[in-house]
Design a protein. Structure first.
Length: 585
C-alpha cells in the first residue's frame, strides 16, 4: 500500500482505538459506580431493618407479660359470661392504649376470642374463632407464635405476636395476642425515593412503601404454598400476582441489578436484600441506578487521553529507534566505504612502490652495467695491448700498461666498495650508542694527510659528547663522503675553509659540514642525491657518495640536506639524541 494511503488508515485506527478504550472505560466506570451505590444502599438497608426490628422488639415481650396477668388467667379458667367479657374488653382496651399497640386479644384454648381491645369497632374480634391461624397453633404447640397476616375480620394486615396462657399446673388454657400494624412505618418509608419491600419466607411482599407492590410475589408460588396460604387465610383474598424480574448483573448474594416488569412500566433497579431474623422475612431496597454522567464522561476522556498519549509516545519512540537505526546503517556504510577506499589506496600504493622499486632496479642495473662495462672494455683492450707489448719484448711499455690496468681495477673496487657500504645492513638490534664527535674525529684522522697537503683551514665546533643511536662505521662513511666532496669542491679555490659543527637542536643533534668551495649549481641541487649523478670528470667521481650517505642517514631516522651559501655549500643532517653516557674516546 502506498505511504500516502496508509496515513488516513493509521489515523482511523488510532481514533477507533480511542473510541473502544473510551467505551470500555465508561462501562468500567459505570460498573464501579453501581458497585459503590450498591454498597451505600446496603448500609441504608441495615438502617431500615433496624427501625423495623426495633419496632417489633418493643412489643415482643408484651403478650408474655400479659399472659401472667391473674385476671386474664382466671377468665380463661372458667366459662365466660358477658360481664367477664366486658371487663376483659375494657382492660385490654386500656392496656392497648397505654402500650400503643394496634390490637390486643385474648383467645381461649380453642382459639375463640373472649376479649379484644377493639370490642367497640364493627371489626371487633370478640366472638370470632382464630383457631385456624398459625400463630394460635404455634402458641398451642410451642408456647409462642408469630404471624403476619391480613385480618380476617378487620381486613387490616398486621403482625400477630402471641404467647400461651397457662394455668397453675402449666396447662395451655389460651393465648394472648398482640397485633402490630405498620401504616406509620410505611408512611415514613414512603418519604424517600427508594422502594422498600418486606417479603415473607414464601417471597410474598406484605409491606411496601409504594402502592401497587404489596401482595406481589417475588417469584411464582408453588401449589403447596398456595394451599397453605388458602388454609391460613394469611393474605385472605389477595391475588398475589408474581412480579416479573430479570436479573441483569449480580454483585453478591444480596445485591444485584434487575429489570423489573411492572404495570407502570419496565425499570432497572439496583436491588439489595437483607434477611430479618427471627421473623424469617426479607427486607428489600430497590433503587434506580443513576450513575453521574460527568463521571462517565470523565472516565471516557481520561481513557481516550491515556490511549492517545501512549500511542504518540509509542510512535515517538519508534521514530527515534528508526532514526538511530538509519544513522547506524549510514555510519556502517561509511565505515565500509572508507575501508574499501583504504584497501584500494593501499593496493595502489603497494603497486606504486613495487613499480618504483622495479624502476630503481632497472635504473641501477643499467647504470651499473654501464659503469662496469666501460672499465671492463678498457681492461680487455689494455690486456690485448699488454700481450702485444710482451710479444715484442717491450717490457717497459708493458709495465706502463699494467699501471693503467691497475687504475681501472681500483676504480671498480671503489664502485663495489660504495655498493657494499650501502648494501651492508647492520642488524637493527646493533644500533649502538655512538658519539657523533668521535665519528668526526675518526673521519678527520683518515683525511688528515689530504687536508694538510691541500692546506685547508679547519674549524671544528663540536658539542661533546653528542650521543646518537647508529652504526659508527656507516656514519663515518657518511662523514668521509661529505668531507671528500667538500675538499673536492675547494680544490680550485684560493680560500679553503672547512667548518664542522655539532649543535643541539631540541632533542636532536645537528651535524653540518660547511665548505668554501664552488657551491652547487642551481640546476643540480635537485639531483645531487641521485645515484650516479656526478659533475666530476670521468674517473674522479662515481656519483654514489651522496646517494649512499643519504640512504644511511635516512635509515637512522634523519634526512641529509644540502644548501648553497654565499661562498660554498653546507651539508647537514639531524639525528635523535641518545641518553647521556660516559664518552668512549
Ligand atoms: P661524486 O663525488 O662521485 O661526484 P657524490 O654523490 O658524492 O658523487 O656527489 C655528487 C655531486 O654533487 C658531485 O659531483 C658534485 O657536483 C656535487 N657536490 C657534492 N658535494 C659538493 C660540495 N661540497 N660542493 C659542491 N658540489 C658538491
Amino acid at each position: 500500500m502506498p505511504r500516502a494511503a496508509r496515513l488516513p488508515l493509521y489515523v482511523l485506527l488510532i481514533l477507533a482505538g480511542a473510541v473502544i478504550v473510551a467505551t470500555l472505560a465508561m462501562h468500567q466506570a459505570q460498573r464501579h459506580s453501581l458497585e459503590d451505590e450498591a454498597a451505600r444502599a446496603q448500609d441504608q438497608l441495615s438502617l431500615y431493618a433496624n427501625t423495623l426490628q426495633t419496632l417489633i422488639e418493643r412489643y415482643r415481650a408484651l403478650p408474655a407479660v400479659l399472659a401472667l396477668d391473674p385476671e386474664l388467667r382466671a377468665a380463661l379458667r372458667g366459662p365466660v359470661g358477658a360481664e367477664t367479657t366486658q371487663a376483659l374488653n375494657l382492660k385490654l382496651e386500656q392496656i392497648n392504649g397505654a402500650a400503643q399497640s394496634s390490637t390486643l386479644e385474648l383467645l381461649d384454648r380453642d382459639g375463640l376470642a373472649i376479649g379484644a381491645s377493639n370490642w367497640k369497632l364493627p371489626s371487633s374480634y370478640v366472638g370470632h374463632n382464630y383457631g385456624f391461624r398459625p400463630y394460635f397453633t404455634q402458641t398451642k404447640a410451642t408456647g409462642v407464635g408469630r404471624f403476619y397476616a391480613v385480618g380476617v375480620t378487620s381486613g387490616i394486615p398486621g403482625y400477630f405476636l402471641a404467647n400461651a396462657v397457662r394455668d397453675d399446673a402449666g396447662l395451655f388454657i389460651g393465648a394472648m395476642v398482640v397485633k402490630l400494624e405498620f401504616p406509620d412505618l410505611e408512611h415514613t418509608w414512603a418519604q424517600g425515593d427508594d422502594l422498600l419491600l418486606v417479603s415473607d419466607a414464601k417471597g410474598v411482599v406484605f409491606i411496601a412503601n409504594q402502592p401497587g407492590w404489596r401482595y406481589r410475589s417475588l417469584h411464582p408460588l408453588s401449589d403447596q404454598d398456595r394451599t397453605e396460604l388458602g388454609s391460613t387465610r394469611q393474605y385472605d383474598k389477595q391475588p398475589l400476582t408474581p412480579l416479573t424480574q430479570e436479573p441483569l448483573r449480580t454483585f453478591n448474594d444480596s445485591s444485584h441489578l434487575s429489570r423489573v416488569v411492572a404495570p407502570e412500566g419496565t425499570t432497572d433497579y439496583l436491588w439489595q436484600s437483607l434477611p430479618l431474623q427471627p421473623e424469617g422475612w426479607t427486607l428489600h431496597l430497590l433503587r434506580k441506578p443513576q450513575p453521574a454522567p460527568e463521571d462517565l464522561r470523565n472516565a471516557a476522556l481520561a481513557a481516550a487521553g491515556t490511549w492517545l498519549t501512549l500511542v504518540f509516545l509509542g510512535l515517538f519512540l519508534y521514530q527515534r529507534w528508526r532514526l538511530a537505526r538509519m544513522r547506524q546503517r549510514s555510519r556502517e556504510e561509511l565505515e565500509q566505504l572508507v575501508e574499501a577506499r583504504t584497501r584500494d589506496l593501499r593496493t595502489a600504493q603497494d603497486g606504486l612502490v613495487q613499480s618504483t622499486k622495479l624502476a630503481a632496479l632497472g635504473q641501477m642495473s643499467a647504470a651499473l652495467a654501464h659503469e662496469i662495462n666501460q672499465p671492463l672494455t678498457a681492461q680487455r683492450m689494455q690486456l690485448a695491448t699488454l700481450r702485444l707489448l710482451l710479444d715484442h719484448g717491450r717490457v717497459d711499455d708493458a709495465y706502463k700498461a699494467l699501471t693503467l690496468l691497475d687504475q681501472q681495477l681500483t676504480r671498480m673496487a671503489a664502485l663495489t666498495g660504495h655498493l657494499k657500504t650501502f648494501a651492508r645492513k647492520s642488524p637493527s638490534g646493533l644500533r649502538e650508542r655512538v658519539d657523533l664527535a668521535c665519528v668526526v674525529d675518526q673521519a678527520m684522522l683518515l683525511l688528515d694527510a689530504r687536508i694538510r697537503e691541500e692546506r685547508v683551514s679547519c674549524v671544528l665546533d663540536l658539542t661533546r659528547p653528542a650521543w646518537v643511536r647508529g652504526d659508527a662505521i656507516r656514519l663515518e662513511q657518511v662523514l668521509i663522503n661529505l668531507l671528500r666532496n667538500a675538499l673536492d669542491a675547494m680544490r680550485e679555490q684560493p680560500l679553503k675553509r672547512l667548518e664542522i659543527r655539532i649543535d643541539a637542536e631540541g632533542d636532536h643533534w645537528r651535524l653540518s659540514v660547511v665548505d668554501s668551495g664552488s657551491g652547487i649549481a642551481e640546476a643540480h641541487l635537485a639531483n645531487i642525491f641521485d645515484p650516479f649523478f656526478t659533475t666530476k670528470p670521468v674517473g674522479d667521481g662515481l656519483g654514489l657518495g651522496l646517494a649512499v650517505s643519504y640512504a644511511i642517514v635516512h635509515e637512522l631516522g634523519g634526512r641529509l640536506s644540502a644548501e648553497n651559501l654565499a661562498n660554498g655549500a653546507r651539508f647537514f643532517f639531524c639525528l635523535t639524541q641518545a641518553p647521556e653516557a660516559e664518552p668512549l674516546c
